[in-house]
Ligand binder design. Sequence first.
Ligand code: FCB
Length: 498
Amino acid sequence: MKNRRDFLATSLAVMGAGTLSGKTMAQTPDPAPMPVTQPYSDAAALCAMPGNVATARFPEGFFWGTATASYQIEGAWNVDGKGESIWDRFSHTRGKVKGGDTGDVACDSYHRYAEDIALMKRLNQKSCRFSLAWTRIQPDGTGAANQKGLDHYSRFVDALLEAGIRPSCTLYHWDLPQALEDKGGWPNRDLMNYFADYAGIVAKALGDRVKTWAIFNEPWVFTFIGYQQGDHAPGLKNGDLAWRAAHVVNLAQGQAFRAMKAMSPDALIGGAYNMSPGTPASDSAADRAAVARFQAVNELFLYPAIHGRYPKAFKGKPPAAMGIKPGDGKIMRAPLDWIGINYYFRQMVADAPLRQSKYVGYNSWMPAEGPLTYIGWEVWPRGLYDIVMTVARAYKLPIEITENGASYADGPLPGGRVPDARRLAYLKAHLAELARAIADGAPVRGYHAWSLLDNFEWSHGYSQCFGLTWVDVRTQQRILKDSGLWYGRVAASGRLDV
Ligand code: FCB
């Protein structure tokens, strides 16, 4: 089973048209190996200033939150008129997901959301980041809304507000209606208008109560991993299609932004972008310049929204496969109100010759200087400081951390407690680095731990657990882990030494 670490290496190599020659990619079996150089409990040692844990403070009104996504938790995949999504199709296809796992039931949150909100309340949460399943609202992606789907999310939002929790709603966390994939999926330019129709429907239905929105979750991941690398739905392996999908997603982001503002003028609209700070592989000017190009890929869906064009940092012209037309810059442009950053790991970056795509020109890979989590991702807390400062300097917009978290396989002891010291150390170290960024002037107003619940982790199925809450997928029993209980105290006090 390939994982995200492999794909990053392979797909960025293709994007950058370089080779991995001279670089030995660490092979990451699933499950991942045990720690390499640092004991897990020492995550704070990987902070630039480990002592910061005791002094870290967060602003009044900080949005302490957790994040989830529709397909990963809801289940009820064919209930109340919901249509089939590409993740339903993908997980129902033999060999695509580890162990044959599916999201058919997942955490059954479609039926158990009141229980989930009670957990958030117990953790003193101020913000809940969740996503809508497009197929509950428009079963085949176009046409009239399915009232039952809208009613479900309306009840969910009301219950959050009742609990004093801010709803932060993501329109699209990867579960495209299969009917639209059958029309060509994201590489089809028509999707920008279908998506804008959907965005307008939900802004109209929920915009009186939901004020904070993210349009796309990790557009780089669902375009390049879905259409080029093939480990995510729809599982295609075509680099040209991925670049084309990326451009259509940029167009769709702009169209959706305008459709939502038309329905709900006071909506605060942003996006949740996966970003890794790049560390130059050497001190050479070439490698340092490669990091700027790598950063431009971090911003592949942010820069066009703000500036109405693609970043100039790349070596060549945008690939012809993107199908850019005159006037597209204006369509892509969407003056976002805020920026969401999903941070999981940093990457090393080296200059590479332009060959295939003639565009990006670097190689990148994940180092293993810090310990690895169970999914094989390096723990590197100071990377959160680095990426937040980079984005804060470049954009001058409010920032929220929309995802950050770690996979470890701790389960309940007899008696029920779930001692997950490594996740607690991970969160503490990352939050210390975030507090340092805030102290240095970064306008960060919220943090969302991924995730409230152990859930369906895409092609890894249920084998990777990121939750603050342990979930028994057979009985749906939920138990707060030690890290969750600690996070609840942090949310109540704004301090990490609790
Ligand atoms: C992010 C995804 C999220 C989850 C975490 C672990 O890339 O947005 O759904 O899979 O990784």
